[in-house]
Design a protein around this ligand. Structure first.
Ligand SMILES: *Cc1c(COP(=O)(O)O)cnc(C)c1O
Length: 360
């Protein structure tokens, strides 16, 4: 068997030790006589897995008391609706900063439930930068401010965290959660689809200040009310059991093999640096995102010639450098170098880019 370097934006590469452990435990978990996939979510074995997963996430991210951790389904896209349904209030308004396609989708969805103020946008320059604080005017009466902290498609990320004063900050961390330490106390609510940096597709992590829940808009379905899941410890209905189990293994790897989020950040920075240094010195490839807003997780680049981009992607694929094609809406290339991408993968990519450049 030979594993490729998988630069997919999501679902994406998982740590190989995690996959091997899951394989070893696949048919029988411990001495339970069953696979985790077959267990009742209310069995003591699975309840222990879910509890350990939450404890680990709390420890790894230093989540303060007063915050609830929820393991939900529906992807980050369901949070685009759940956030306004629970936080907007009747006749309420919210501020959105639009820095990419997902941020835009979130803003659009929220318009169904109240007034959405687009307080800043980088659409004027194809989302190649993050607006500066001085260019953003928040509304004091907004119920919350929504940001997408790392823009998976365009390859940008906030170089700072907006200061929203007493207005709760809500952030989509789908493609950057667990990539570096964050100060959870600065956020009112964090959500993330797990399939980028944490687990297989099917799990959505929500971390929220407990007091934010409990006032959903009239008509909010039970399943889309945060308090339903808070009251039942994410076991109101069947949770995504297998994903929670893998999430727990990934957190174990992060904590014990990597050494926590500070060490993870250092490793991720060094990977991104290799790629951006090469891009900035290349005569063929160019990184479209301005330097201070560049993502550490999703590195986008172009040659400027769509036909050449296509040739590059095809040749890279043959070299075992997979899923390097940019998002269908923007073209070019994108290397997603999440936590589980080894540095050797990034080095192999840069070596190949350098050869490609010399041949063209
Ligand atoms: C992938 C992604 C989404 C959409 O996630 P789903 O889980 O597919 O709904 C939303 N926001 C960001 C930042 C993403 O990277």
């Amino acid at each position: 068997m030979s594993r490729v370097y998988n630069f997919s934006a999501g679902p994406s590469t998982l740590p190989e030790p995690v996959l091997r452990r899951a394989a070893a435990e696949l048919v029988e978990y411990g001495s339970s006589g069953q696979s985790v996939m077959e267990m009742s979510h209310r069995s003591p074995e699975f309840e222990a897995i879910a509890a350990e997963c939450e404890e680990r996430l709390r420890r790894v991210m230093s989540i303060p008391d007063g915050y609830k951790v929820l393991f939900l389904q529906g992807g980050a896209s369901t949070q685009f609706a759940m956030v306004p349904m629970n936080l907007m209030g009747e006749n309420g308004s919210a501020d959105y900063i639009v820095t990419g396609q997902f941020a835009e989708k979130a803003a659009k969805e929220a318009q169904k439930y109240g007034t959405v103020n687009i307080v800043a946008s980088s659409k004027d320059k194809t989302f190649s930068y993050i607006p500066e604080p001085k260019d953003i005017k928040f509304n004091a009466d907004a119920r919350y401010v929504h940001i997408c902290q790392n823009n998976t498609i365009y390859g940008s990320r906030y170089p700072y965290l907006p200061d929203t004063g007493s207005v709760p900050l809500v952030a989509d961390l789908s493609s950057c959660i667990l990539s570096e330490p964050v100060d959870v106390s600065k956020y009112a609510l964090i959500y993330a689809g797990a399939q980028k940096n944490v687990a297989p597709a099917g799990l959505t992590i929500v971390i929220l200040r407990e007091e934010l829940a409990g006032n959903p808009l009239p008509g909010t379905p039970t399943m889309l009310d945060y308090s339903t899941h808070i009251k039942s410890d994410s076991m109101y209905n069947t949770p995504p059991c297998w994903c929670i189990y893998i999430c727990n293994l990934v957190l174990d790897w992060l904590e014990n093999d990597i050494g926590g989020l500070a060490a993870m950040k250092e490793y991720n920075e060094s990977k991104a640096q290799i790629l951006y240094d090469y891009l900035d010195s290349s005569k063929l490839f160019k990184a479209p995102v301005v330097p201070n807003s560049r993502s550490m997780m999703n590195v986008t680049f172009v040659t400027g010639d769509p036909a050449l981009d296509k040739e590059f992607v095809a040749e890279a694929t043959k070299q075992g450098l997979r899923n390097i094609k940019g998002h269908r809406s923007v073209g070019g290339m994108r290397a997603s170098i999440y936590n589980a991408m080894p540095k050797a993968g990034v080095e192999a990519l840069v070596k190949f880019m350098d050869e490609f450049e010399k041949n063209h």
